[in-house]
Design a protein around this ligand. Structure first.
Ligand SMILES: [Zn+2]
Ligand SMILES: [Zn+2]
Ligand SMILES: [Zn+2]
Length: 155
C-alpha cells in the first residue's frame, strides 16, 4: 500500500473512534496514538480480561507489534485505568477498569471460563491497613473452581 493511502486509512480510523477513548488518554496525560486508541477500544468491547496475545490478535493495524501492545498496556497500568490480573497460569490478563466498579473474578478450573464477582469482601481489611498508616492500598484476589456445566460433564 502506498504511504499516502496508509496515512489516509489511519486518519479515517482515528475519526471513527469515539472521542471517549481520546478523553481517557488526555485525562491521563498520555499522548493520543492509534495503537493506544485501538487497544482501549478492544478492552472496552471485551468484557473480560484479555491476554497480550488475544489483544494483539484483535488489532487491525498489522504494524502494531506485540512489543507495542506490551508497552502500551504498561503505560495504561501506570495510569491506573487498566488492571493486570494474574490467574496463576502462564499468562497475565488485562482489563479496563474505567467506569466499571471494582470487582473480582472466578475462573473455571476445567473450561477456563471467567466470570465476574461484583461483591468485594476486603473493605474491612483495607480499613485496618489504613489505620496502620498504609496509603494507596490496592488488592487483587481471584477465585478458582469447577463451574456447574463442567461439573455435569465430569460426573
Ligand atoms: Zn473483570
Ligand atoms: Zn467450566
Ligand atoms: Zn475487592
Amino acid at each position: 500500500m502506498p504511504d499516502y493511502l496508509a496515512g489516509k486509512q489511519a486518519k479515517d480510523f482515528t475519526h471513527m473512534i469515539n472521542d471517549e477513548y481520546k478523553k481517557i488518554l488526555s485525562d491521563n496525560s498520555l499522548r493520543i496514538t492509534n495503537p493506544r486508541l485501538e487497544i482501549i477500544k478492544i478492552l472496552r468491547e471485551n468484557h473480560k480480561p484479555l491476554t497480550i496475545a488475544e489483544i494483539h490478535k484483535k488489532i487491525k493495524n498489522r504494524k502494531t507489534d506485540l512489543a507495542t501492545v506490551y508497552r502500551t498496556l504498561n503505560s495504561f497500568i501506570k495510569a491506573k485505568f487498566v488492571n493486570e490480573i494474574n490467574f496463576n497460569d502462564e499468562y497475565k490478563r488485562y482489563e479496563l477498569i474505567i467506569d466499571r466498579h471494582h470487582h473480582h473474578h472466578i475462573v473455571c478450573n476445567v473450561c477456563k471460563k471467567i466470570e465476574n464477582i461484583d461483591r468485594c469482601i476486603t473493605n474491612e481489611i483495607e480499613k485496618d491497613l489504613k489505620k496502620k498508616g498504609y496509603e494507596d492500598i490496592s488488592h487483587s484476589l481471584e477465585f478458582f473452581g469447577t463451574c456447574s456445566e463442567c461439573k455435569e460433564l465430569i460426573k
